[in-house]
Design a protein around this ligand. Sequence first.
Ligand code: NAP
Length: 265
Amino acid sequence: MSTRIGFIGFGNMAGAICDGLLLSGAIAPSDIYACARDTVKLQAKCADRGINACSDAAEAARSADMIVIGVLPEQVRDVVTAIAGVLKGKPVISIAAGIDYERYVSYLGEGFNHISTIPNTPVAVGEGIIVAESKHSLTAEQLKLFEGIFGQIAKIEYFSPDLLSLGGTGAGCAPAFADVFIEALADGLVKHGMSRAQAYVIVPQMLIGTAKYMMESGKHPGELKDAVCSPGGTTIVGISALEETGFRHSVIHAVDKIMEKKHSM
Ligand SMILES: NC(=O)c1ccc[n+]([C@@H]2O[C@H](COP(=O)([O-])OP(=O)(O)OC[C@H]3O[C@@H](n4cnc5c(N)ncnc54)[C@H](OP(=O)(O)O)[C@@H]3O)[C@@H](O)[C@H]2O)c1
C-alpha cells in the first residue's frame, strides 16, 4: 500500500520536499495532503501540483500515514500540541530547524513517534541532504519507511543531538554560500567577456562535476586541486590569489558566525 504524506505547513521547504517526492515518483500527487493558514495561497500551490489541500492541520494529519511538520520553529509547539491526538502512533518527520528530539518531548510528552531533521532546498531536484537526529522515537519499521521515501530525494545523514545544528549549517545554510560562489565566479567570467547565460551554464555544471568526481573517486579535495595546478601554470596563480584575499578563512568565518548566532538563540 502506498504511503500518504501530510504536510503541516506548506511553505518554501515543504514545497521543495513535495516537489522532490513528485519528481522522483516516490509518492503520487493523490497521496499528498497539505495545509497552511492562508487557504487561497494553499489552494493555488496544491492545484499546481495536483495534491490535496486540507482545511486545517488536523485534517492533513488525519488523512496521512506519515506527517511532516513544516511550520516555522516558533510555531511548532502550538501546532503539534493542538493535534497531538491525531499524531499519536504516526511517524512525525520534523523539518523545523532547532526543534530537536528533546524539544518535541517537552511539547508532546513521551509516547509519540518523531524524528527531527533539517533538509536543504536541493531536495526539490532529488539531490538534497537531510540531516537527521540519531536520537528519535520512530519504530524500526517507521524509520525504514522514512528512509525509503526521503532517501529518494536526499542523502540522509544522522548526527548526535549536539551536532544536529552544525549539520544543519553544512546542509541547510551552505547552499547559499554555493550560490554566492556561483554568482561571483560568473561575475569574474562576465567581466572578461563571457555572456551571463553561458557563465550560468558552465559554472554550476563545473561544481556538480567537481563534487561528483570527489565523491565517486573517494579522493581528497586537496589531491584533486593539486592535479589541476600544474607547476608554474595558471590555476595555481588563481589559487594563490584566492588565498591572498582569505578565501578559506572567509568560509570558515561564515560557519563561525552562523554557529555563534545559533548558540545565542
Ligand atoms: N527554507 C529552508 O531552506 C529550510 C531549510 C531547513 C529547514 N527549514 C525549516 O522549514 C520550516 C519551514 O520553513 P520555510 O522556509 O518553508 O517557511 P515558510 O515558507 O514561512 O512556511 C511556513 C509554513 O507554515 C504554515 N503555517 C504557519 N502556521 C500554521 C498553522 N498553524 N497551521 C498550518 N500551517 C501553518 C505557513 O502558512 P501561511 O503561509 O499560510 O502562513 C507556511 O505554509 C522551518 O521550521 C525551517 O526552520 C527551512
